[in-house]
Design a protein around this ligand. Structure first.
Ligand code: MG
Length: 443
């Protein structure tokens, strides 16, 4: 009921939700996801573990759809072993370290998870995933295996790291390193897959700054989740906020839960948001380098949702007590409007300006925050250079040229969006006429 009321109170979001559900057509047919019972079962497993990921993966170009579905399920299986506290640590470390070698088999499965673990089915039915994995092109298999190996070993290292387990994340460098293992590596694998498929410019994976770019894609998402999940993580007896930052505001991380420390807690949240914003320029650069439309949307949707979530947690004391979320209708709106690079940049700009406006002048990081937002605004100006005085030619910088290239792809999306608007307005008029005639005839 809450969701329905939310939508009714936000008519633009209601419009977006209806458009997404009834009007928008997927870019590619999804019939081939039911080609064999084994493949169909893999997609069912994907749906069981994450409905939202399943939805975005289904939208992908057929060249990459099965690849990313299999990649996701393998990493989900790895994470289900890592997260299960009922598994003996020694066994867990062994399974995690050997996980990539299991990809060479056809029948490996694992039945050691707690029976209450809802994702355990991914491990008990692992041969089904292996079957599809072996059907992928060898170059795709190689990427998946490489990332699985790195992530499994990274997870095992953290389980054995007593200092981490006892005291949590210490420095900002440790924070970045932790996020690298849980999210940066995913960015690495996905980027290599996108470039191998020929869906992004070659320098996205092989350029001299590429590591920083795809690392930022993962870190921006992960840091947003870590800030948002403070209350939930603390309830589970853990936290990933780095001590180097929170110790400026409290002596113990749990201090923020005490209402008399709320202001300190909010200052700390804003500091963490500032830290996450250092990745935004990389994120926008990365998105400018993707050409194929479904891969662009696949990468862009989580990023625009992250900036909307950051704005939601920013300066928000509720984060200290519960898990705050963006509205469902906002998500629909973000999905529809992030299909072009310009649309994504507008979303980022909207939320950055919103945060800047709400930043209290007493905030300890007031100046630094304003400088960071200004840096991003300056970068966006350079990306498009569409406000130049008459007669002044744009400077052909690296990002400007990249954006020009991406805009060619954007122009192919615009007619599609206009057609949806037209169809939606027609449908709305029909519904309105039917209601009106019903009213007059029954009066
Ligand atoms: Mg985990």
């Amino acid at each position: 009921m809450g969701k329905v009321l939310d939508l009714a109170l936000h008519p633009l979001e209601l419009r977006a939700a209806l458009k997404l559900k009834f009007i928008r057509q997927p870019l590619f047919s999804t019939n081939d996801t039911r080609a064999t019972p084994q493949l169909e079962r893999c997609y069912e497993l994907l749906n069981l573990t994450s409905r939202s990921f399943a939805a975005v993966i289904m939208e992908l170009h057929p060249e990459l759809r099965n690849v990313i579905m299999v990649f996701y399920l393998i990493l989900r299986a790895l994470d289900t072993v890592e997260d299960d506290m009922t598994i003996d640590p020694q066994l867990k470390v062994k399974v995690l370290r050997e996980f990539d070698s299991k990809l060479d088999t056809t029948d490996w499965s694992f039945d050691g998870n707690d029976l209450k673990e809802k994702d355990r089915v991914v491990l008990t039915e692992f041969p089904c995933i292996l079957g599809e994995y072996h059907k992928l092109k060898p170059e795709y298999q190689k990427v998946i295996k490489r990332i699985t190996g790195l992530m499994g070993n990274g997870m095992a290292d953290y389980i054995l790291d007593e200092n981490f387990n006892l005291n949590g994340v210490q420095t900002v460098t440790d924070y970045d390193k932790y996020c690298h293992y849980v999210a940066g590596l995913v960015g690495d694998g996905l980027t290599e897959l996108i470039v191998l498929a020929g869906f992004g410019s070659d320098d996205l994976y092989h350029g001299k700054n590429s590591f920083q770019l795809y690392e930022s894609m993962g870190l921006f998402l992960q840091k947003t989740n870590i800030i948002r999940d403070y209350a939930e993580d603390l309830d589970d007896g853990r936290s990933f906020w780095p001590k180097e930052i929170w110790s400026e505001y409290a002596t113990k991380l749990t201090d923020f839960r005490d209402p008399k420390n709320t202001q300190k807690g909010v200052d700390c949240i804003n500091h963490l948001v500032l830290n996450a914003l250092t990745h935004v320029i990389d994120v926008l650069t990365y998105l400018s380098s993707i050409h194929e439309q479904s891969s662009f949307q696949f990468c862009a949707i989580p990023q625009v949702m992250a900036i909307a979530t950051l704005a939601k947690v920013f300066n928000n004391p509720e984060v200290l007590r519960k898990n705050v979320k963006i509205r469902k209708g906002t998500t629909c709106d973000l999905i529809l409007n992030s299909r072009t690079l310009k649309g994504c940049v507008d979303i980022f700009q909207y939320y950055l300006r919103d945060m800047k406006q709400r930043l209290p002048v007493e905030d300890p990081n007031y100046l630094k925050f304003n400088i960071q937002v200004a840096k991003i605004e300056q970068f966006i100006e350079e990306m498009f250079q569409d406000n130049l005085p008459a007669g002044v030619e744009p400077r052909e910088t690296m990002i400007y040229l990249k954006v020009q290239e991406r805009l060619k792809w954007d122009t192919q999306v615009i007619p599609r969006v206009q057609e949806e608007d037209y169809k939606f307005n027609m449908a709305l008029s029909v519904v309105f006429c039917v209601l009106l005639s019903f009213y007059f005839f029954t009066k």
